[in-house]
Every structure is written in C-alpha cells, then in structure tokens.
Design a protein around this ligand. Structure first.
Ligand code: F0G
Length: 465
C-alpha cells in the first residue's frame, strides 16, 4: 500500500470517556499515590500503558458471542466451541480451561516441579518463575547472547541460547529437568520474537533428552507476524499456519488469553500427553472448576474462541505490530533510548540511559513513570531496580541489570492520535531531562514491592513538581 498512515482496521461502536486532568491535578494525584502509579485510580489516568493484559477491546462479534454464552455446568456448547478452536489451532488433544495464565502455570508447574527440579526458559515471566519457585523448583533463564545488546538490530532477540540449553541439561542432569519453556514473544526480554529456527532447535534438544517442551503462547500471533516478515522462507505462510507449525514442535502450551485471545479474562493449558493431562485435570477440578469450564463462564469461553480466530487476521496484525513500532520509532528519533528493534506488544524505554545522572538507588525507571504521568497522564510500568532490585547483607541495593520502563499497548484500544500525544509528551520530557531528580523508597513490602511501595522525591524540596 502506498500510504504511510496506519489506519485502525475497525470502526468504534462504543466509547469509554477519558477524564482530562490538568498537570497541577496530576502532581497532587501522584503525590497522594506515593509516586507509585500502581496506586493511582484508573480514573486519574489519560492513557493507560501499564499492561496489554486483559485490556483489549472486544469486537462486535465477541460481544455477540457473549450473548450466546452457554452457562451450563457440564458440557456447555461454549466449551465445545472453545475446545474445538484450541484443538484446531494447537493440534493438542487435551485442553484445560483456567481463569487466567498463572492458574494454568500453577497447575502444570506445581505438578512437574518440587525441590531439586529445574525449569529452563528463554526468560520466565514473573508469574511463571513465581509458580516454579513456589513449588520448590529452580527457574533458569538462558536468553540468546544478542538479547544483551540493547541496540543491535537482530530480528529474533527473544530466542533461547541453544548452547546454554545443552550445557544446562548436562550440568543438572536430564532426569532433573522438569520442562523447557519457550516464551513467545519473550515478554521479560523486551517483547522480542522467537524464530522458528530457534523453536526447532529447542525441540530437537528436548527430543534428544526426552524433555517436556512447553510453549508460553500468550503472544504467539504477534510472534508469527515477525516470523512471516523477518524469517526466510515464511513470507508465503499464513500467520495462523506459522503458529500451528510452532505448536507442532512442542508437547503443550500455556496461554494467558488476556493477550492474543483479545479478551479481558481467561487462559488455558493444552497438552499432547494423556497421562499428564489426567494428572493436571485432577488439580483443575480441585482449584479451578469442572473440566468443561475450569475458571471461566460460558460467555468468556465464547469470546476467547472468537478472539483466537480474529487475532490472526492480517489486517489486525499489521495494524498491531506497526502501531507499536510507530510509537517506538518516533520516540527513538527524538533521542529517547530504548530496546531495539521494537517488540510486538510494548516499547521498552531505557530510563537508565535517559537519566544517566540518576543512580540506580534513586530509581530512574520510577522517575520516568512519574514524569510521564505528571506531564501527560500516561501510566507505564517500571521494570528495573524497583521491580527486580535486591539488597545485599549490608542493606545496599543490588540493582537490576537494566532500568527499563515498559509502555505496553492495549489491543484495539487507542488510536493514532492517542499515540501521537504520547510522542509529544516524550518531546516535552526530553527538554527537561537533565533537571529531573531521583526518588527514594519510604515503605516497601517484602515481596513484589513494585505494586505497593511508597516513594518520595530524593531532595526535601518538591523537585518532582
Ligand atoms: N506468561 C507471560 C509471558 C505473561 O506476559 C503473563 C502475564 C503471564 C504468563 C501470566 O498470565 O496474567 O493471565 O496470569 N503478563 C502480564 C503483563 C501480567 O503485564 O505482561 P496471567
């Protein structure tokens, strides 16, 4: 197409008003929220880029499906539709519905895990790691070497390091490896895609050592887009067929439907092996619900079944990936440092490089999320030393490897003018970046402190105002 403008491939049928606050009001709101955007009321936010999870706008077809939802306890038609859709997409015969991704993780990884067991991934997402570690097992991340270079243009920086995979198996012994998990796209690794070549190599190692290979597939349609456009030999293969080829390499998958199934709640576990599926089904019934609904209502299952089809629509995926890149490329062009190439669902800004004068123990990522909020009412999430920092025995901060801020784009929610506004806010922040000052933590919980920690400006005068 000769046109530069990416038009949203949908018309808007229903709107949700945004309350427009002033900068002065927002300075008060963020102070009241102790400089932690997780503690803001969503009504105080203009553009919410906290997550792409559960924040999609559903289509008119999905809403129509909601009305058809069959709420029967057992054998609901909505379940039969969902089961058939997942079987057709993944090729896995056993499907277990759950209320969201982490419920599927808890079922599978608590069954496979336990003390002494090892899980290996390109990068475990936080809830994946938490469920594995809660079982007593160990989670080891082995991202590919290119992932360490923020600016290299390698198209598949979400890959797993295959040599490290072989080494890790030989170090711990194949009998102790509970599963190998490939997260596509690699969320904690910058939303970067995984190539089919890499997935094939992982599968070959798993087959050789008889290891269980699981795909965390919550963004598999976005991943398929990158394979189609960047991996040789895939430009004539459809997005859905690419996903199917990847599923065929593995033994099962876990999906948070809150991402690429274009719904607000839901998830599932799908498996090839009957024995493993039976063991997981026992846990499903105890903690989620009967086998034909798990943690879901009939209407949710209808919406997921429809969303799993819609997400592979070429018009949708083109808009989705290009509009994320549009935000990333524009703020990169005005000198905002970020992880490159731009990932599928989010732009990851390098706040450590943006504010080199703010040390890690004054949390440059948290500073940037507060600045984005005060200047433009934009909410984003820190993925740096607030989220991943630890303390040494002297109480000194051991910083995270990078001080990032994730701008996650909800699916089908914002238009190009919203995104142009975000770009303008970055332009404003750039002008004053050298005068921006740090934050200190005044209160923090023991675990997952980023959700509830309190902060205040590092200096006593109101430097962040
Ligand atoms: N796996 C990946 C790769 C994820 O990104 C998430 C959630 C999960 C599993 C867990 O799924 O939330 O349905 O229980 N990611 C969200 C995010 C929370 O903001 O990236 P869930």
């Amino acid at each position: 197409m000769p046109f530069k403008t990416i038009i949203e491939p949908f018309k808007i049928k229903s709107v949700e008003p945004i309350h427009m606050s002033t900068e002065a009001e927002r300075c008060e709101y963020i102070k009241e929220a102790h400089y932690n955007p997780f503690l803001l009321h969503s009504s105080q936010v203009i553009i919410d880029l906290l997550t792409d999870s559960g924040t999609s706008a559903m289509s008119s077809e999905q809403w129509a499906g909601m009305m058809r939802g069959d709420e029967s306890y057992a054998g609901a038609q909505s379940w039969e539709r969902l089961e058939a859709e997942i079987q057709d997409l993944t090729g896995y015969p056993y499907v277990l519905p759950t209320h969201q991704g982490r419920a599927a993780e808890r079922i599978l990884y608590s069954y496979l895990g336990g003390k002494g067991k090892i899980f290996i991934s390109n990068t475990h997402f936080d809830t994946t790691r938490a469920n594995i570690e809660f079982s007593g097992a160990t989670a080891i991340d082995i991202p590919c070497a290119e992932a360490r270079h923020a600016d290299s243009a390698d198209p598949f920086k979400g890959n797993m390091d295959i040599e490290m995979l072989k080494q890790t198996i030989s170090t711990y012994g194949e009998e102790n490896i509970a599963a190998v998990i490939l997260t596509v796209t690699n969320n904690s690794g910058g939303g970067q895609p995984v190539s089919m070549k890499n997935a094939k190599a992982v599968a070959a190692v798993c087959h050789k050592h008889n290891l269980l290979f699981i795909i965390d597939c919550c963004r598999i349609a976005e991943n398929a887009y990158f394979i189609h456009h960047k991996e040789p030999g895939y430009d004539t293969v459809s997005y859905r067929e690419i996903a199917q080829e990847m599923f065929a390499l593995a033994d099962g998958c876990i999906m948070s439907a809150k991402k690429d199934a274009l719904v607000n709640m839901g998830g599932f576990l799908a498996l090839k092996d009957e024995e493993l599926a039976t063991a997981c089904t026992n846990l499903l019934i105890i903690t989620e619900g009967f086998v034909t609904y798990g943690g879901l209502s009939g209407r949710d299952m209808e919406a997921i079944a429809i969303g799993l089809r819609e997400v592979f629509d070429p018009g949708y995926l083109n808009y989705r990936i290009k509009s994320t890149a549009y935000l990333g490329e524009h703020i990169r062009n005005i000198g905002v440092p970020l992880l490159y190439p731009i990932g599928g669902h989010a732009v990851y800004v390098d706040a450590g490089a943006l504010y080199p004068h703010i040390p890690s123990d004054q949390y440059p990522g948290q500073v940037l999320v507060c600045e984005l909020y005060k200047k433009g009412g934009i909410r984003a999430v820190e993925i740096g030393s607030v989220m991943f920092g630890k303390y040494d025995k002297h109480g000194r901060l051991i910083p995270a490897p990078k001080e990032l801020v994730r701008l996650a784009i909800p699916r089908r929610v914002y238009t190009q003018s919203h995104i142009d506004y975000v770009i303008e806010v970055f332009e404003e922040l750039q002008k004053n970046k050298n005068n921006t000052q740090g934050l200190k933590i005044t209160r923090e919980p023991k675990f997952l402190r980023h959700f509830t920690a309190h902060f205040e400006p590092y200096k006593t005068e109101p430097v962040l105002a």
